[in-house]
Design a protein. Structure first.
Length: 120
């Protein structure tokens, strides 16, 4: 699994490369994403492990593997992760909208974490 993740990191799609450039800027805010991150039997395209946020960028092949993607999403949610999915064309043509959705997802995860620990 780790070897496969390494191979995928070497050849990102144009949409993955574009999104990765944005995700890397979040390091300054203390949010660290990893690319092609192995979570047991699956590889998440992008994952902020401490925030338990997984981001998937789907191409047209995902229209043919809906059941697999649904199974994978259920598994990741059972592990406590939130999964955000975007199509390649969304990333390429509406990066500000994608970025806003990601920031909203991060904020929601942070609020949920505060709520579960009783912090205010």
């Amino acid at each position: 699994m780790l070897h496969r993740a390494w191979e995928l990191r070497k050849a990102p799609t144009p949409a993955e490369a574009k999104l990765w450039a944005f995700l890397r800027t979040l390091c300054a805010e203390g949010v660290h994403f990893r690319r092609q991150y192995a979570i047991r039997r699956y590889i998440a395209e992008f994952c902020a492990p401490r925030r338990k946020l997984v981001i998937e960028v789907d191409g047209s092949q995902h229209l043919e593997q809906i059941d697999y993607d649904a199974e994978r999403t259920v598994y990741l949610k059972e592990k406590g992760c939130r999964v955000l999915r975007f199509f390649n064309n969304e990333v390429m043509n509406n990066l500000p909208g994608v970025m806003g959705a990601i920031l909203e997802g991060l904020n929601q995860m942070e609020e949920e974490a505060k709520g579960s620990t009783g912090a205010r």
